[in-house]
Design a protein around this ligand. Structure first.
Ligand code: FRU
Length: 549
């Protein structure tokens, strides 16, 4: 009995520190004179809470994974909002960890930003930490804003903030500080943005139309909140009467999230919020972006809804509405401002790593431009995941009826440098001889061709001898998913590859079907090749893709 008690006491002593520290936080107070708090990270350490408290700024409460010994990598917190003020840090972990944090005018590792060995070269990635869904995508005053689900303190999901990057041309991005931080309503889940041109919200000021944001606060219940920006999207002000939609009881589910805003109709139109609730996309309407009324629901979707109107084959007299969910499943139909009536679907236009795509609001030329989260990882890097290339969505009449197509925006062409063209036919051996000249694993590649097969044939595209994309006409399967090509025989189709350091995007039939995936390339060489019995390629084009950094 005694021995048992003794063992229990020893065990308690070993286990105690974590819970003990949890109750006795350590505090450090200082006047902020330098911009960054540098934090060393060890991924496998249990997290501990770190609080940032100062007068006039909401307390920030986040989880951190502070390394005790050699850190795996460093992350940072931009202290600009606290500059010149007294900041109190309260830490609920091992008090010794506090000494590992330091404030400086530079970020640890700053000189290596964008030069890291596995940083994708033409896909947006965050400087530090984790990203998932694109959020708040909006065009405003010459800038495309890409906000995103961001964990600034670790390269895995958690602590959801909204990160922020800006581009003038859709290909080069500049990262700014995070704009939405967890608060007492929860962590900052996905949402969207619109320009409130007529200041229906009243949040604008003379000569400045506000950008208005809707986002989900995630806690025990998921509620919908609003924020606005008057400085071109750099800083966001949360609405004091948040949340504006609290629907878990009515929806019969705690899953109510990812509000998508859009304007419906002309001058006397109204605002629409498409919200994922329980099993599909709900529609709410509003005149002022603050008061929202539930109108209808279309079941059959999961997370991150979108809703947009597109001309069929570019004909403005024949427009259709499309609604979709995070996995790229969509329906085509009609929308009267309050209710979406499905006419056709469910279809899928993209598979593989893309998820939770969103389209830009207020594009200057009316193009429907989408960016998807790319679930691609980059071994050993202090950041994780990426954004897929921006693609233009169009509706095209196919031999199956009207379908959604997704193709890289024309701006991507500005990164391409032509290396090889062959107008005629080439067999696999000849193509592979040419491809063998492009083995630099750091060099982005764009390859375009038309595949032509024999009925009993198959074709496989390989990276360093390992197949990553294959098709067999007898089964009609592209990497396991059935897709019926525009060529009714299934024996010929155009194909396009965008190959980055860690991922590849593949577009078939001019974007009617696409697949993207992870690439695990050997670090010193990368050989793209193609194999297929009696398979040939027509009109082969090879371009290198310039780095965006
Ligand atoms: C989709 C998603 C969203 C949610 C966000 C949280 O990837 O689950 O539904 O808002 O991620 O990060």
């Amino acid at each position: 009995m005694k021995t048992r008690l003794f063992t229990a006491l020893i065990l308690a002593a070993i286990i105690a520190p974590a819970s003990l520290f949890a109750q006795t936080p350590v505090e450090k107070e200082f006047k902020v004179k330098q911009r960054y708090l540098n934090i060393p990270v060890y991924d496998d350490r249990p997290s501990a809470r770190l609080l940032f408290t100062t007068k006039g700024v909401d307390t920030l409460d986040v989880d951190v994974w502070i390394a005790q010994g050699e850190p795996m990598y460093w992350v940072y917190k931009d202290l600009t909002p606290y500059m010149g003020k007294k900041l109190k840090l309260t830490y609920f972990g091992d008090p010794a960890d506090m000494d590992k944090l330091f404030v400086a005018d530079t970020i640890m590792g700053q000189s290596t930003f964008y030069k890291e060995a596995k940083r994708p070269q033409f896909h947006f990635t965050t400087i530090r930490g984790w990203n998932n869904d694109p959020n708040g995508m909006v065009y405003y005053n010459g800038e495309y804003h890409l906000y995103y689900q961001h964990n600034p303190y670790k390269r895995y999901w958690g602590n959801m903030h909204w990160g922020h990057a800006v581009s003038r041309d859709l290909v080069h991005w500049e990262e700014f500080d995070d704009v939405l931080f967890p608060d007492n309503l929860g962590t900052m889940f996905s949402g969207s943005a619109v320009v409130d041109k007529n200041n229906t919200s009243g949040w604008g000021k003379k000569g400045v139309a506000p950008i208005v944001y809707a986002y989900t606060a995630h806690a025990q219940w998921q509620t919908q909140c609003m924020a606005y920006s008057l400085d071109g999207g750099r800083t966001l002000v949360k609405y004091e009467n948040n949340p504006v939609v609290n629907s878990h009881e009515a929806a019969g589910s705690h899953e109510t999230r990812d509000p998508r805003l859009l304007w419906y109709g002309g001058e006397d139109g109204h605002w629409v919020m498409v919200l994922f609730e329980k099993d599909g996309n709900s529609i709410y309407t509003s005149n002022d972006l603050k008061n929202w009324t539930y109108k209808s629901h279309v079941p059959g979707f999961d997370e991150c809804p979108d809703l947009f109107c597109l001309p069929v084959d570019g004909n403005p007299a024949n427009k259709k509405w499309v609604t979709l969910g995070a996995a790229g499943i969509y329906m085509i139909g009609d929308f009267d401002g309050e209710r979406f009536t499905p006419e056709a679907g469910r279809y899928q236009y993209m598979t593989g790593v893309p998820y939770a795509a969103q389209t830009f609001s207020d594009t200057p030329d009316g193009r429907c431009i989408q960016i998807a989260w790319g679930r691609v990882s980059h071994a050993g890097m202090p950041f994780n995941s990426q954004m897929q290339l921006p693609t233009e969505l169009t509706l095209r009449t196919t031999r199956h009826g009207v379908r959604l197509a997704s193709n890289p925006v024309k701006e991507v062409e500005s990164l391409l440098h032509r290396q090889f063209t062959a107008p005629g036919v080439m067999n696999a051996d000849d193509v592979n001889k040419v491809l063998a000249k492009f083995t630099d694993p750091d060099q982005g590649l764009h390859i375009k061709a038309t595949v032509k097969l024999d009925a009993s044939c198959w074709v496989a595209f390989k990276m360093n001898g390992k197949e990553f994309f294959e098709y067999s006409p007898s089964f009609g399967l592209f990497n396991g998913a059935f897709y019926s090509t525009e060529d009714i025989t299934g024996l010929s189709f155009p194909i396009e590859f965008y190959i980055d350091r860690t991922g590849v995007e593949v577009f078939v039939d001019n974007g009617l079907y696409s697949w993207s995936g992870q690439l695990n390339c050997a670090s010193d060489s990368r050989l793209f090749s193609f194999e297929g019995w009696a398979a040939t390629l027509y009109e082969v084009v090879i371009d290198t893709v310039e780095s965006i950094w």
